[in-house]
Design a protein. Structure first.
Length: 330
């Protein structure tokens, strides 16, 4: 093997990491739109606006990425995003104290996640089908709870929990980075995290070595649903308006972000950091197109192109690594 091949062989494992390729794409896109927007993209006001919505969608991306790593999907996250705050404030209007309705709403998200997982795994249905059905069920329940009109935001709501600030730092950002850090440690340093990758990559092998794939995946479904509900509460506490239409189309957005960030559709590959970087990349593209005066309708085109490009790059790098290792063995 030549010296250049050895050099490539040493670099490829680094470049092949999902978060590294996502970070490289992000740097290129940021530089491009910083120029096209005349320097507005990285201005303090614009960056602040981008960071405001990051925790709300970012938490959903973390949950979806964990579930995708386990080899499953959840298309109901957009509906759960609206359902949790609707339960909270619809019950408050009926006289329930928010100290009860808030934990009850989060508990309901865990129940939804459990049902999604149980139906998918017990009846051996594709998670795409099971959670698509749940998408419609939960969205219908959300509209029914609203009675056709969004409930009013409770005056005694503890807004400091989700939309307050500690000095210059918003509490929502603390929630986001704390959960992101926990997810990173969970996936990298715990047996359960290793089991998730095993379930997504080689489920039958995982079963053969004694891993309870049913429980592992049920836990991933519940975590995904819980984070979607928590994210919805954070957004409603910021907007102070629990609309039943919140989160519509969110499921495709977060799956696209996870894929761009290197999370494999087939499971077993990916990181939550890469998924979050994929989300930031898509948000920068959307924001950059607007700031550059480009028709915002091109966003879906750009997002689709980036998603396909990222998948091709991850696949190409993986094949290149395999060939180099095979040549090295020879």
């Amino acid at each position: 093997m030549t010296k250049s091949s050895h050099a490539i062989l040493r670099l490829l494992p680094i470049i092949a990491r999902p978060e590294i390729l996502s970070a490289m794409l992000l740097v290129v896109v940021v530089a491009l739109f910083q120029i096209l927007s005349g320097g507005i993209l990285l201005g303090a006001y614009n960056v602040s606006n981008l960071l405001t919505v990051l925790p709300e969608v970012g938490l959903v991306v973390i949950g979806v990425a964990i579930l995708m790593i386990a080899g499953e999907f959840d298309l109901s996250v957009g509906s759960v995003f609206a359902f949790a705050p609707m339960v909270t404030f619809a019950l408050v209007e009926q006289g329930w104290p928010i100290s009860v309705t808030l934990p009850l709403a989060l508990l309901s998200t865990l129940v939804i996640g459990f049902i999604n997982g149980y139906v998918t795994l017990h009846y051996r249905l594709p998670s795409f089908i099971a959670t698509l059905g749940m998408l419609f069920v939960i969205r219908s329940l959300t509209v029914a709870l609203s009675g056709g009109f969004p409930p009013s935001f409770a005056d005694d709501a503890p807004t400091w929990i989700f939309s307050g600030a500690i000095g210059p730092v918003k509490v929502s950002m603390i929630w986001f980075f704390a959960i992101l850090a926990l997810a990173i440690v969970f996936l990298r340093s715990t047996s359960y995290g290793a089991w998730l990758y095993a379930c997504g990559g080689q489920q039958e092998v995982a079963k053969s070595v004694g891993i309870n794939t049913f429980r592992v995946k049920i836990g991933a479904f519940m975590a995904c649903s819980f984070l979607a509900g928590l994210a919805g509460l954070i957004q409603v506490f910021r907007l102070r308006s629990p609309l039943p239409s919140l989160g519509e189309g969110l499921e495709l957005q977060v799956i696209a972000a996870a894929v761009v960030g290197g999370v494999a559709l087939t499971g077993g590959i990916g990181t939550v950091v890469g998924a979050v970087l994929g989300l930031v990349l898509l948000k920068v593209i959307e924001n950059g197109l607007i700031l550059s005066g480009v028709d915002a309708n091109w966003f879906k085109f750009a997002a689709g192109f980036i998603m396909v490009f990222a998948v091709i790059m991850h696949s190409a790098i993986g094949l290149r690594m395999k060939r180099l290792f095979e040549d090295d063995d020879q």
